[in-house]
Design a protein around this ligand. Structure first.
Ligand code: IMP
Ligand code: MG
Length: 176
């Protein structure tokens, strides 16, 4: 699709489609009789969000937030900044963060503190499309994840490199 970078498919769209059904079922069972609010982190988790929430058979509320993470490079700036906060009251709600990938864990460990201590949510869990545990700097793991990957920089299905490639249907790794 783009000949500027060498890319190779890592996860195919049909495997993603199977996975979101499986995750949705698990979340549906776990959140029955709870007050589920999904909070999707823009922009990377938008495609995953659209697929996962349609597989959660519960009267959930959904909202979004935007935080700064990577700039146009593949290394984390390591500073988390809330650019856009949630627009609904989430106090005493069962919050499920929907994220594209947990890499160093800096973003999510910051958000966990923020939601628990400042927003006073009832419960806090993470559903991440991808998990890249080899790069972890913070002691945090997603409660639900689609696929665990090795230390590649990946794009597609919402994930970007310098804001491009989000629209790829398959997840691809950028070849060094
Ligand atoms: P963390 O705070 O290091 O866990 O980084 C989280 C954010 O970094 C994610 O929400 C992504 O936006 C971005 N990120 C980390 N690894 C990748 C990758 O392989 N491809 C695209 N974005 C990534
Ligand atoms: Mg990103």
């Amino acid at each position: 699709m783009n000949n500027l970078k060498q890319i190779e498919v890592l996860i195919y769209e049909n495997d993603i489609a199977t996975k979101v059904i499986e995750l949705g079922k698990k979340i549906t069972e776990d959140y029955r009789n709870k007050d589920l609010v999904t909070i999707s982190i823009l922009k990377g988790s938008v495609l995953f969000t659209a697929d996962i929430i349609r597989n959660i058979d519960l009267p959930l509320e959904m909202t979004f937030m935007s935080v700064s993470s990577y700039g146009d490079s593949t290394e984390s700036s390591k500073v988390v900044n809330i650019k856009m906060d949630v627009d609904i009251n989430i106090k005493d709600k069962d919050v499920l963060i929907i994220e594209d990938i947990v890499d160093t864990g800096i973003t999510l460990s910051y958000l966990k503190e923020y939601f628990i201590h400042e927003k006073k949510v009832k419960s806090f869990k993470i559903c991440s499309f991808l998990d890249k545990p080899s790069r972890r700097l913070k002691d945090i793991k997603p409660d639900y994840y689609g696929f665990e990957i090795d230390d590649y920089f990946v794009v597609g299905y919402g994930l970007d490199m310098a804001n491009k490639y989000r629209n790829l249907k398959n997840v691809c790794k950028i070849l060094p």
